[in-house]
Design a protein around this ligand. Sequence first.
Ligand code: PMP
Length: 350
Amino acid sequence: MNWEKNVRRVVPYTPGEQPGRQDIIKLNTNENPYPPAPGVLEAVRQIRPEEYRLYPDPDAVSLRQSLASYHGVKTEQVFVGVGSDDVLAMSFLTYFQSGKPILFPDITYSFYDVWAQLYRIPYRTKPLQADFTINPADYFCENGGVIFPNPNAPTGVLESLDTVEAIVKANQDVVVIVDEAYIDFGGVSALPLLKQYENLMIVRTFSKSRSMAGMRIGYALAGEKLLSYLHDAKFSFNSYTMNLPSLRAGVAAIADEAYFQQHIRKVIDTRERTKEELRRLGFSFADSKSNFIFAAHAHVPAEKLFAALKESGIYVRYFRKPGIDNYLRISIGTDEEMRALLAFLKDYIK
Ligand code: PMP
């Protein structure tokens, strides 16, 4: 009867709702509204039946090579995983072992504290400033590692390369992870800093800018030595994290740069138009450089709006958390989807 006292208990992360209905407008999990590049579907179609019979390449060399040449780094500087969540979870396990608290912002991706708790890593959060930016000086203290997204989630706020470098530079005795899940939507990557800082790791995903959340592909870029430890942890956990279709699909996505650029542009243009319209309706928000807008209305409480939107079949994300409980996180959909959202809001607010 005592077995339960030997169980690792965790309070899990709650992912955004996936309602499984086609008739809703889904702006709640920062997915891309456009399909992946055509070559992605073709690459998966071309897998021969006998290939499914075999284990996939445990080193994921083809995908790592294509990412390496895309980013101008060595193949050894690329690590791939089952979405960036997998890469990040493995990194918490690998790099945050000092016993000292790791640092991240108080308003950020809500998986960070979950992984810290899962692995019994102590952590301390640092408050964002009133405009939702990071104060780099908050991270100039002894710690067991640092992680933050850039742009941040759920705020969409982009930190300058100077701020990122200041944090990396002040923390060369620990690993600093910059989670660039949303960097393709107008951000400046920390990639050029890799040459200079051995302690920096950049994490990316195919889920947002490459429209492939369903394939689960994420990756890390870092120095060879840093990644060798991640490699060892991964091979001590599960050799075959990346399935064959994901490997093929990932390579095909990277091959179509024109499609990528064109669709990023569409999301950015829609985002900028949506900002104007939201402002007109009385919303305020920090300037998002991601594929979502984190907005609060002057009079109507976010929780009420969230419920009303859902009732009408428009799903956005609401966090019942102090400091941000009057905000809605609205993912950027197609122009048509945003028009429907704005029409509803206009009607509801008046
Ligand atoms: N980092 C941030 C900041 C995110 O918002 C997300 C998406 N939930 C992820 C990482 C994980 O994305 P994925 O596992 O789909 O790559």
